[in-house]
Write a protein that binds this ligand. Structure first.
Ligand SMILES: [Zn+2]
Ligand SMILES: [Zn+2]
Length: 315
């Protein structure tokens, strides 16, 4: 018996043309085909319930390293810089700010990692299912030959997730997940909060070095002077590296949201087949319909109302 994957071809035509469709030649006929939106239910009907988590060893290690780096920064900031500081107000204000940013960064990380990025149900491109769609003569649906799913417009197959993901931007090993239509907000917040926490840490390190140079080195930290210097230099290096990396990532993501063009589409220089919207409308689709503080909260799900137009199938 053939597996469902083997039964898949890239393109399936409507019943009126199915007999004339030779395998592998369908894509040539697609250029002039019309795009018609199909209900979102078609793609979500087979979604598996439960928590989303990608079992990829590299990604899991990347995610654990991310958390360990934040915990290292937390340790040095608290025990080397803030607790030994003489000014209580300085310690409280900076401690609160740092911990709030760290909490929001880690919460965004968990949300980006454990949210379905917009995966298309696997194996729904069976002959029976496509027949049930009652395609009109001349209409075609795209099928992914790797995961055997009906492929919506702007979806791409991820070889790590082994799924087609709607509006896939890229697969990020640091969050062990694809960045796609449903979790892009959390990913952007993650990069933003990590960039802010890195900047805040670097400012605190500079202040602490100045404080130690002015004061006695043995009194400015509960650790020995060499240990303090090593811990601070490592923190400085980590902060600088992540400030650059996450700022660039944040800028790239905001640009791709504003132009409504995913990283893959930019890379492949894909032709724009979707309607052009204003930057503000594109931002609202990702972060939520009405601008509020919830845009910056990793606990608030963006209003799905603005995403209707992305559920377009090529038929
Ligand atoms: Zn696929
Ligand atoms: Zn992926």
């Amino acid at each position: 018996m053939k597996s469902p994957v083997r039964r898949c071809r890239d393109v399936e035509h409507g019943r009126g043309q199915s007999s004339s469709n030779g395998t592998g030649h369908g894509t040539d006929l697609l250029q002039s085909e019309q795009r018609i939106p199909i209900s979102k239910d078609v793609i979500t009907a087979y979604s598996a319930p439960g928590m989303w988590f990608i079992k990829d060893a590299c990604g899991i290690v990347g995610a654990i390293i991310t958390w360990l780096l934040v915990f290292y920064a937390e340790f040095v900031v608290l025990f080397v810089m803030l607790l030994p500081a003489r000014n209580l107000t300085y310690s409280i204000v900076n401690g609160l700010l740092f911990n709030s940013l760290a909490f929001l960064a880690l919460a965004s990380h968990v949300r980006a990692m454990c949210t379905d990025p917009g995966a298309v149900p696997k194996g729904n491109a069976t002959k029976e299912y496509i027949e049930s769609l009652q395609l009109k003569p001349g209409q075609v649906v795209y099928k992914c030959p790797k995961c055997c799913s009906i492929k919506p417009d702007r979806a791409h197959h991820c070889s790590v997730c082994k799924r087609c993901v709607r509006k896939m931007d890229h697969h990020c090993p640091w969050v062990n997940n694809c960045v796609g239509e449903n979790n892009q907000k959390y990913f952007v917040l993650f990069t933003m909060y990590i960039a802010l926490i890195s900047l805040h840490t670097l400012i605190m390190v500079v202040f602490h070095f100045l404080y130690c140079f002015e004061d006695d080195w043995s009194k400015c930290s509960s650790f020995s002077p060499p240990a303090t210097v090593i811990l601070l230099i490592l923190l400085c290096f980590e902060g600088l590296l992540f400030l650059i990396f996450t700022s660039v990532m944040f800028g790239t993501q905001v640009h791709s949201i504003c132009t409504d063009e995913t990283g893959i589409e930019q890379l492949k220089k894909e032709e724009r087949r979707w309607a052009k919207k204003t930057k503000w409308m594109n931002l609202r689709v990702v972060f939520g319909h009405h601008f509020s503080l919830l845009w910056f909260s990793p606990f608030s799900r963006p209003d799905p109302g603005g995403k209707a137009e992305t559920y377009q199938y090529v038929v």
